[in-house]
Design a protein around this ligand. Structure first.
Ligand SMILES: NC(=O)c1ccc[n+]([C@@H]2O[C@H](COP(=O)([O-])OP(=O)(O)OC[C@H]3O[C@@H](n4cnc5c(N)ncnc54)[C@H](OP(=O)(O)O)[C@@H]3O)[C@@H](O)[C@H]2O)c1
Length: 384
């Protein structure tokens, strides 16, 4: 069997390291051709020495120099955003795992699509910022965009074998994060330490805070709109604290297809890497004799950011990019202890209220809207 050449963008992150675990378990199927990371040079060095990629990109010239000096194996190391785009689109890559966090993932994802590489998509921000542009480019190049997000992987799997015209809606599940039961007046006082304690998933810091505000689910609603071509009214969200049902598809006859598994990202990652085959992922099997599953509606007062995401999706154009930019600025300020937890939604609300959305003709238009929304968010944060 010819081994699939993989590029891993964000190799030192939570999704990146889980992807490398899947690759490590299936050396006969996959080989790592390139990697991109930011600043974690110590972990990247270990990864390079184990997986021997041909090309690696890092976030700065200093990091590149430090890495080159410490390596005992031959590998080309480059720095900067152009370098991550090169890693994404290198010859020999069959599939690019897009797992850089935040808006920084957009250009490398787009570079991979333009180079005709299949995408295993974790960086939902690529679709939040530029869903139409990315998916149109993918369609033009015949590129498969396979979801890594567990919810979208569940929807993807629940759509297989069914006619799209029979679909009524999709239902994305959300754990509800660490503040599902916190009395509302106490939310104002919750700091980074409490917000970073996710009850089910071990993820990067940014996406963990986004799960506490549920803006992450809002991003996933926007991601689903572009991945599955659905209008907002056909995308629902339900709270499911156990994170066993990863999402569902309801059909017009009332039947609901759900995909279930233990909450372990190696399951959707291995599905995307090996699609259409299934391979062992190391995920623990479910013990149905001990399972109890709860579902409830998300409370709008607890999770205002989910409402903002639907609003941005309905407005369209650059509004979702502004939503994301406002959130990136606000979460960073929250993690630095400069705004309260509830300040995150206030910043997002103000930025969306002030943002003048327009239909972007190019990725550069999207990035301009992103920069402008960051400026607005920093001034909104002063009173958050
Ligand atoms: N974690 C999950 O379970 C999960 C589930 C579904 C979707 N996602 C999505 O997957 C993406 C990654 O999440 P994560 O939890 O893996 O995040 P993470 O643990 O914070 O990792 C982020 C990765 O991106 C790299 N990075 C950050 N900025 C960069 C830049 N400017 N240039 C190059 N590399 C950069 C980091 O490098 P350094 O660490 O070396 O600086 C790291 O490798 C996010 O879009 C998230 O929403 C995550």
């Amino acid at each position: 069997m010819k081994r699939k050449g993989i590029s891993i963008l964000g190799s030192t992150g939570s999704i990146g390291t889980n992807t490398l675990e899947v690759v490590r378990s299936h050396p006969e199927r996959f080989r790592v051709v390139s990697m991109a990371a930011g600043r974690n040079i110590a972990l990247l060095k270990e990864q390079i020495e184990e997986f021997r990629p041909a090309f690696v990109s890092v976030g700065s010239e200093d990091a590149a120099a430090a890495l080159r000096n410490s390596l005992s194996v031959p590998v080309a190391v480059e720095a900067g955003p152009g370098a991550a785009m090169k890693a994404a689109s290198l010859d020999g890559v069959d599939m690019t795992v897009a797992a850089i966090s935040g808006a920084a993932g957009l250009l490398p994802t787009m570079a991979a699509v333009r180079a005709g590489k299949d995408i295993a998509l974790a960086n939902k921000e690529s679709l939040v910022l530029a869903g139409r542009l990315v998916m149109e480019e993918a369609a033009k190049r015949g590129v498969n965009v396979l979801p890594v997000d567990s919810e979208h992987s569940a929807v993807f799997q629940s759509l297989l074998g069914h006619r799209r015209e029979d679909l009524k809606r999709i239902i994305l599940t959300a754990s509800g994060g660490p503040f599902l039961k916190t009395p509302l007046p106490e939310l104002e006082r919750m700091g980074p330490e409490e917000a970073l304690k996710h009850p089910r998933w071990k993820m990067g810091r940014k996406v963990t805070i986004d799960s506490a505000t549920l803006v992450n689910k809002g991003f996933e609603v926007i991601e689903a709109r572009w991945l599955f071509g659905l209008p907002p009214e056909k995308i629902s969200v339900v709270i499911h604290p156990q994170s066993i049902v990863h999402s569902m598809v309801e059909y017009i006859d009332g039947a609901v297809m759900a995909q279930m598994s233990a909450p372990d990202m190696r399951s959707p990652i291995s599905y995307a890497l090996a699609y259409p085959e299934r391979i062992a992922s190391g995920t623990e099997p479910l013990d149905f004799s001990r399972l109890s599953l709860d579902f409830s509606a998300p409370e709008p007062e607890r999770y205002p950011c989910l409402g903002f995401a639907y609003e941005a999706l309905k407005t369209g154009g650059t509004a979702p990019a502004a939503l994301n930019a406002a959130d990136e600025v606000a979460v960073e300020l929250f993690l630095e202890g400069r705004i309260p937890f509830t300040g995150i939604s206030r910043v997002i609300g103000e930025v969306l209220g002030a943002h003048q959305s327009k239909e972007p003709g190019s990725v550069e238009d999207v990035l301009e809207a992103d920069r402008e929304a960051r400026r607005l968010a920093r001034s909104a944060a002063a009173s958050a």
